[in-house]
Structure formats: structure tokens, C-alpha cells
Design a protein around this ligand. Structure first.
Ligand SMILES: NC(=O)c1ccc[n+]([C@@H]2O[C@H](COP(=O)([O-])OP(=O)(O)OC[C@H]3O[C@@H](n4cnc5c(N)ncnc54)[C@H](OP(=O)(O)O)[C@@H]3O)[C@@H](O)[C@H]2O)c1
Length: 331
């Protein structure tokens, strides 16, 4: 049986090491669908997993990579056929089940999504789990009343993957997007995605009162921690905050005042969804929620460059979506 190169995360919860190792199909986890992986990406969670900065990996050793796009080689599930273009993400992928940093992945059919017609494999992975989660957040926010014309929408951690696609999607739907970033020199990129305003995170005054001046009708939060606390105090009446990430921290402190006096809605967004919801959101990503700036958002890297990227991602020193070419010849 021929072997292939995989980026394997080994060790235990206290001590993690990651590097390339030779595997064969016999080492892959069980699943109905065998995928030839063309591309994977580096998400914040991938970098926490590979560096051991976060206790992400639930089963050692584990091939990293929480999302991948490629072609179905074989499937025992009738929903998929050989040759289907698919994207795999969420659930245990790259966490408790071998993930996308290998040219082959075997996964449960319920984790597999058909790529909508009109999106290439490269475009699908540029969206990846980050763009899927951004689209899900916007879907949920609009169900809860977010609408263009009701006021600005804040997107923090703006140069990150989730945020870049959120800005693109919100702007094309007619929202006035305020992008908050730690990288003042990336204003041109953020305006290109559609941000109407770019603010530097360290220029914002601290929010200390239970209710501060109401500034935003909604916010997409990738950061958690103190930035999320500030959002609860600065969102306007009936405003909606989508809590997606924790790039700054997991704990935040606020009061009940925004919730009981302004009716602020804090919505949790989680990408581990049932196939019906995932399919609906991916269909939207190929149609009315199709990002317009994927070529500018994608930052392509070779498979061999993977180890050198991880540290920078944990420090927020990246822009857009870092896409890894695993076997770009797959179609
Ligand atoms: N809920 C879900 O299902 C789900 C799905 C996908 C992602 N997430 C989470 O969403 C968050 C964003 O994910 P992502 O993949 O978009 O991340 P990413 O591409 O690595 O971007 C994170 C961004 O956060 C900002 N940032 C500010 N302070 C930071 C710090 N101390 N360390 C690192 N980044 C910092 C940076 O943007 P600026 O420099 O522009 O401020 C950075 O580019 C992560 O916490 C991730 O785990 C959750």
C-alpha cells in the first residue's frame, strides 16, 4: 500500500509535537467517504492545536486540519459519488479524527458538504470553516432582526479569516461595516473587502460603564475577552452580537444592563451543525451569500510551509485565509 505525507500532531494534552509523518490508508479513521484532498487551511484553532497553545486535540496522534476541500474517491453513502467536489469541516475533523493536512481523508458522510456549482475547490477552501461560520452568523443575525439601514455593524479581529469573510458578506448586503483591527497598515485591504470605516483596536477608549454610547446595531465577534465585554456595552437597543471566537480570551465581564435595558441579544455561533443546516448555508455561500473577494482573501502556501506558519497564526500575525496546497491537481 502506498504511503503519503501527513502533518501529524502527537503527544498528549500536556505536551504536543507536530510534524510530517508517512501514513497509509490503513491508518485513516473510519468513515463512509474517502476524499482526495486538494486544499486545507490554517485556522486559529489549527494553530492552537499544532503549537499546543490550546488543548484542542482530543485524540493523539491526529492529523491536523479542521477543514479541507477535494474530490470524493469513493463513498458507501448514497449522498456522495466518486468525483463529487466536497468540503469537509467541523465535528471531530482534525480534532478527534484525522483531518485535512494529508492528501487523503476518510470521514463520516454527515461531515461532508457538496460544493455548490460555480465555486472551485480553491474558492471553497478559501471560504472553509471560517467563511461557513461567518455566513451562519449573518443568517442567524438577520433572523433576529439585523437589517441594512438600522446602523453600523462592527466586525472585530478584522483581518482574520472569519472577519474578512464577514466584512465581505455584510458589505455586499448593504450594511455599513466598521472593521476593527490591531493592524493599522491593513486599512486598504479592509476597505477593499467592503469596510466603510476602519478603526484601530488600540485607539478605542475603554468601556467601563454598564452602558456606554450605543454605536452598533450588531457585531461579529472573533475575539471574546474584553473586546466582547465592550461590545455588550456599546451595541444599540435590540442590537445583536454574534459570539464566534476567542482569539483574545474565553472569559469576559459585563453586567445584565445591556440585556435588560437595551434588549441586546448575544447569539452563540457554532459550526458543528446537522447536515440540513450545513447544506442550506453552503448553498447560500454559492448564491446570495457568495463572497466577492476570495482571491484577495486567499493567501496560498505550499504543504511543506505548514510548520512555519502556525506560530504566526496564534499571534494574529496573518491576514485573510491561509490556504495550504495539499494536492492542487485533484479536481
Ligand atoms: N464558533 C465556531 O464554530 C468557530 C468557527 C471558526 C472559527 N472560530 C473562532 O473564531 C476566531 C477567529 O477564527 P479565525 O480562523 O478567523 O482566526 P484568524 O484568521 O487567526 O484571525 C484572528 C484575528 O484576531 C485578531 N486578533 C486580535 N488579537 C489577537 C490575539 N491576541 N491573538 C490572535 N489574534 C488576535 C487578529 O486580527 P486583527 O489584527 O485584524 O485584529 C487576527 O487576524 C477564533 O477564536 C476561532 O477559534 C469559531
Amino acid at each position: 500500500m502506498s504511503s503519503f505525507n501527513a502533518y501529524l500532531i502527537s503527544g498528549n494534552a500536556a505536551q504536543v509535537s507536530a510534524g510530517f509523518a508517512a501514513l497509509t490508508d490503513a491508518a485513516l479513521d473510519p468513515g463512509e467517504v474517502l476524499v482526495r484532498v486538494a486544499y486545507a487551511s490554517v485556522n486559529f484553532k489549527d494553530a492552537l492545536a499544532a503549537t499546543g497553545k490550546g488543548r484542542i486535540i482530543k485524540r493523539f496522534p491526529c492529523v491536523g486540519g479542521i477543514d479541507a476541500a477535494g474530490g470524493v474517491e469513493s463513498s458507501s453513502d448514497p449522498r456522495f459519488n466518486a468525483g463529487d467536489a466536497v468540503v469537509v469541516h467541523s465535528h471531530g475533523f482534525g480534532v478527534s479524527h484525522h483531518g485535512g493536512y494529508a492528501p487523503r481523508a476518510r470521514v463520516p458522510a454527515d461531515w461532508v458538504n457538496k460544493i455548490p456549482a460555480g465555486l472551485s475547490l480553491l474558492e471553497a477552501i478559501t471560504i472553509g470553516v471560517a467563511g461557513y461560520t461567518a455566513a451562519l452568523a449573518i443568517d442567524l443575525m438577520e433572523l433576529n432582526g439585523l437589517a441594512p439601514g438600522k446602523g453600523p455593524v462592527m466586525v472585530n479581529g478584522a483581518t482574520g479569516g472569519v472577519a474578512s469573510i464577514s466584512i465581505d458578506l455584510l458589505a455586499q448586503r448593504g450594511y455599513h461595516v466598521v472593521a476593527m483591527t490591531s493592524k493599522k497598515d491593513q486599512a486598504d485591504y479592509l476597505h477593499l473587502l467592503g469596510a466603510a470605516e476602519v478603526v484601530a483596536s488600540d485607539d478605542l477608549p475603554p468601556a467601563t460603564k454598564p452602558l456606554e454610547k450605543a454605536l452598533w446595531q450588531g457585531a461579529v465577534d472573533s475575539l471574546g475577552g474584553e473586546p466582547l465585554a465592550v461590545l455588550t456595552r456599546t451595541v444599540q437597543k435590540d442590537g445583536i452580537i454574534a459570539s464566534i471566537g476567542n482569539a483574545v480570551g474565553i472569559a469576559f465581564s459585563t453586567t445584565v444592563m445591556p440585556f435588560i435595558l437595551r434588549g441586546v441579544r448575544l447569539i452563540g455561533v457554532n459550526s458543528d451543525n446537522e447536515p440540513e443546516l450545513r447544506s442550506r448555508i453552503w448553498q447560500r455561500l454559492g448564491s446570495d451569500l457568495r463572497p466577492r473577494h476570495l482571491a484577495s482573501i486567499a493567501n496560498l502556501k505550499k504543504f511543506g510551509e505548514l510548520p512555519s506558519i502556525m506560530e504566526a497564526v496564534t499571534l494574529g500575525r496573518i491576514r485573510g485565509r491561509t490556504v495550504i496546497e495539499i494536492d492542487p491537481g485533484v479536481n
